[in-house]
Every structure is written in C-alpha cells, then in structure tokens.
Design a protein around this ligand. Structure first.
Ligand code: BDR
Ligand code: CA
Length: 305
C-alpha cells in the first residue's frame, strides 16, 4: 500500500489523477496540498476539497503557497483548464475547509509521522515542496520518494519550446527540489505525451461511472478543445494520472538516472537539463508501457460509483 500525498493545482488532469488515487486499492491517500498553476491557490484549495467530496474521500487538504519562490505570480492557465479549473463546469463551494496548517507544514509533519514510507506526488509547480525542504532539514530523508509530474528530457516543452508548465511556473523551486538529494522520479513530457485519452474514452468512462466518470467527461470537452487548438487532434495527455500511477506501478516506467538542474533565467527558463555538479540523480522516465497505464486509469475510474 502506497501512503500518498498529492500536491496539486486542480486542473482537469489533476481531477483525473485524484479520482484515480481515490479508486486505487493500492493507494492510501493521506491528503492533498494545493498550489497555484492551472488556477490560483485559493481556487486550487477549493477544487481539491470539491474533488475529495465528490469521491467520498475524507482526507485533509492543506493550502499551499500563493506565489513562486522568486518570480512574480503568473496568470492561471485559464485557456487550458477554464477560469475555475474544471473546464465549463461552474464553481461550487465544498462542505469542508482546509487545515489550519500550511501545505509545507503538513508535508513536513506527515513525512515525520510516516518516516520512510510517505510518497509525495507533486502534479503542479514545486513551490510547496521547496518550502518543505527549506523548512525541515529532515524532510528529504523522511520522505520515501518524490514522484513528480513535470519537466522534459528529450521531448521539448509544452508552455515554451524548452519548458514544461509545472517547472516553468516556479523554476527556482524545481531547482531546490532536484538539488535536494531526495529520491526523485520525474514523470515528464517524454512519457506523458505517449499516453492519450480520446473523446471516446471519456464517453466510456461516463457510461460506466456516471457520477465521477461523467464529471471527467464534462471537463474533458474544454481540455480536448485546447489540445485540438494546438494541433493535437488524437486526444489529451494523461499527465497527472501518469505520475500517480508511477507511484504505485513504477515497473511500467523506465529511464536513465540523471542529475537534473533547472534553467532559471533567459529564454530557456524552466528547462530541465543534465547538471554538471555532484548533486544526487533523478530517475528520469523516458519510456512507458503507455497502453497499460492508460488501461489502468480507465479501469479504476470505471470502478467508481
Ligand atoms: C502539467 O501542467 C498542468 O497544466 C497540468 O495539470 C499538468 O500538471 C502538464 O504540463
Ligand atoms: Ca497539474
């Protein structure tokens, strides 16, 4: 059983990842932490609570940082995920509220309480993880693995020619994380661009699981339209679900151990490249059993009521 915290900016593919985690019998979801990116941090917190409520999961949510470590705040990616984060689905107020602890405090405490067992899966910008690393020198040793959706090794970027969006939105935080010595697995565009979900897949999810599969199908229209607008007509990438699946099924992914550094300035800002210093290596996934990962995602969502 994987003890998991997802750090998230929900976000359409974040919703897919969280519903997957809620349905997976081999994942114990200990909580969510929220971060800006696809939406503001306040909307991310609200959306995280709303997703857990919809899935009937009682896990806590801790609100994260409002701004990047050094860069000025970015505008949320409303053209990709919609103004409220879930495409055309209107905003709704959840019943529960977030913890009094910040995301970084929650992450540090959970890492202490589940020393050597906690897996952290960031699927947004890495600001909260950097704050946790800076706040508690033991955090990196207490966490078993950090399995992050972000970066690109040989695939080029998606928000610029060089950078993947989660890394681009806080490259200084990403540099703190990759340089921390933690056990890191990078689920970047090299693998997520191989795992595509089509309109027909979403129709099947809605038929099998009308409530949650139906909610994902409602969101998917907006997301698929964005993909089509950038010439990607064969479906949307399962970015964030791929990272959550790598937490419990790393055997479906493979790639080299590389010391990764992040470019923090200039026109390649946010690029993840090989470092020439002595930092610890990251397992950079470049190959994936894409059809198995996709089927695992579809099967789990179909199992939801
Ligand atoms: C990542 O950026 C966000 O838009 C998605 O939710 C995903 O985490 C993909 O580059
Ligand atoms: Ca995300």
């Amino acid at each position: 059983m994987v003890k998991l915290i997802i750090d998230t900016d929900p976000g359409i593919d974040d919703a897919m990842a969280i519903f997957y985690a809620a349905a997976a019998p081999d994942i114990e979801l200990l909580g969510l932490t929220s971060i800006f990116g696809n939406v503001t941090t306040d909307i991310a917190t609200r959306n995280a609570l709303r997703l857990l409520e919809a899935a009937g999961v009682d896990a806590p949510v801790a609100a994260g940082a409002q701004v990047p470590l050094q860069l000025p705040p970015f505008k949320p990616s409303a053209h990709v995920h919609g103004a409220e984060g879930f495409g055309d689905i209107p905003a709704a107020t959840p019943l529960r509220t977030a913890l009094d602890e910040t995301a970084a405090e929650f992450l540090c405490r959970m890492a202490r309480e589940h020393k050597g067992e906690l897996v952290v899966c960031p699927i947004g910008p890495l600001t909260n993880i950097a704050h946790a690393i800076q706040a508690d020198p033991e955090f990196v040793k207490n966490v078993a693995r950090i399995v992050l959706m972000g970066g690109s090794y040989q695939e080029g970027g998606n928000i610029t020619d060089y950078a993947e969006a989660n890394i681009y939105h806080d490259p200084h935080a990403a540099e703190v994380v990759f340089g921390s010595g933690a056990q890191i697995e990078m689920v970047g565009l090299d693998v997520t661009h191989q795992i595509l979900c089509t309109p027909e897949d979403f129709t099947a999810l809605a038929a099998a699981a009308p409530k949650l599969g139906g909610m994902l199908q409602d969101m998917s229209h907006f997301y698929l339209k964005f993909y089509a607008s950038v010439g990607k007509l064969d479906g949307c990438s399962l970015h964030d679900p791929a990272a959550v699946i790598a937490c419990s099924h790393p055997e479906l992914f493979d790639g080299p151990e590389v010391a990764i550094t992040v470019t923090c300035t200039g026109n390649t800002q946010g690029e993840t490249v090989a470092a020439d210093d002595e930092r610890g290596t990251t397992k950079v996934y470049t190959s994936v059993e894409a059809s198995k990962v996709k089927q695992m995602f579809l099967d789990r969502i179909c199992s939801l009521s």
